[in-house]
Design a protein around this ligand. Sequence first.
Ligand SMILES: CC(C)(COP(=O)(O)OP(=O)(O)OC[C@H]1O[C@@H](n2cnc3c(N)ncnc32)[C@H](O)[C@@H]1OP(=O)(O)O)[C@@H](O)C(=O)NCCC(=O)NCCS
Length: 146
Amino acid sequence: MTTVREIHAGDLDRLLALQQACFGDEAWTRGMIHEELDRPGGIFLGIGSPLIGFVCAWAVLDELHLLQIGVDPEARRAGLASVLHGALLVAARGRASAAWLEVRADNVAAIAFYLRLGWVEVGRRPRYYADGEDALLFRLEGLGAP
Ligand SMILES: CC(C)(COP(=O)(O)OP(=O)(O)OC[C@H]1O[C@@H](n2cnc3c(N)ncnc32)[C@H](O)[C@@H]1OP(=O)(O)O)[C@@H](O)C(=O)NCCC(=O)NCCS
């Protein structure tokens, strides 16, 4: 169950349900997911069949932008997001030397998760989200030379 694999079109319905469970109003639509699946430089990995977790990132120039990571609420605190995060860094090896992400300032679970994995808070974007919440900018260095 902890084998990480690429997300494919067959995961779409389950991924939409997970998006709702993880992000609510900010969930990606079917069209947005298709765009990510087709994006050059995109890394879209999943865990479980049926899917119970996913991570999506872009490798742009020598930087990795982590866009989303999410796990089924029923399967959290079992290390699955950590496994996905590790697999993402392996997939990005040789393509990115550092990574960055934005996270909602009120997302206590995600902030604890990123800090635990060595990410460092490097900035804040005020009122970045549609509801007025700030985004915190996190960075992870030392992924290896691209
Ligand atoms: C953030 C998220 C991906 C973590 O997934 P997970 O599979 O539960 O994470 P892990 O089990 O690998 O957690 C690893 C460590 O992160 C920290 N952590 C994770 N969730 C936490 C929480 N709710 N509160 C405090 N610390 C937490 C802990 O240090 C944890 O280790 P521990 O369980 O041994 O204490 C999950 O909560 C989620 O899907 N949230 C909704 C989507 C989201 O906000 N994504 C991030 C923004 S894109």
